[in-house]
Design a protein around this ligand. Sequence first.
Ligand SMILES: Cc1ncc(COP(=O)(O)O)c(C=O)c1O
Length: 279
Amino acid sequence: MHVLWKDKIVERDTVKIDIEDRAYQYGDGLYEAMRVYNSKMYMFDEHFDRLDRCAKEIRLDLPFTRAELKANLEKLIAVESIKEGEVYLQVSRGVKSPRDHHLPLPGTVEPVLTANVITIERDVEAQEKGHTSCIVQDQRWLHCNIKSLSLLGNVLSLNEAVEKGYDDALLVRDGYFTEASASNLWFVIDGKLRTHEDGNLVLPGITKIKLREIAKSLGLEVVEKAVPVTMLDQVEECFASNSVHEVMPIVEIDGKPVRDGKRGPITKLLQDKYIEATL
Ligand SMILES: Cc1ncc(COP(=O)(O)O)c(C=O)c1O
């Protein structure tokens, strides 16, 4: 298997990561996960824009330009002969030795890019059947808009849900739904789409950008305002969105079915239109 390491495509087992790499020691770095459809990266520019913004927020100098990253990832997709898949890339701040919390001075560390690409296929069955979920208190930090490598909050939330027998965790902070463990969260209430507004409490999803466009083209109203848990009995449909799972119906919350416990019609319509947009 080939991977991208810094600016080279190499065999995976030749990659060397230093034990004092800050991603390894502090989770000090960023990542992106994007879909490949028909051997092409989907919404690469939007993913790059987010990475670039996050890099500025954590004061990390990306060691590549947009064009260089795109060209190298395209090469990797070609070398690995991927048709339908997922690109995962991460950028560590680099190696600082000896270990020290303080950010290294600019120019004194070399950020480290790694990326791999795998084949994945759309999980048609799950997209029809939907996911069950439970509410978990959102205990993450207050910079959820940064796609940080430090995902322990998300990991432990999902684990709590899975240990209780659910597929996903719906995160709630101060009585309001924020997002799911690895996706943005949407509700249909009174025929309108509702999702948490962008800001520091959620990741501004790339799938969310596309769904806004699709909803607009369908004449569906999107209200970007957090939904309080107290509105749960008014929820007609619920779904989660991310690049990998696309539009995933949430059919059960805390043991209670959402509506009739089946994928709702607006969710199905958005799923179909989203898939159409990837062709
Ligand atoms: C916490 C969280 N929110 C939202 C998303 C959706 O992001 P995107 O649509 O860019 O994949 C993700 C994706 O991994 C995520 O981890």
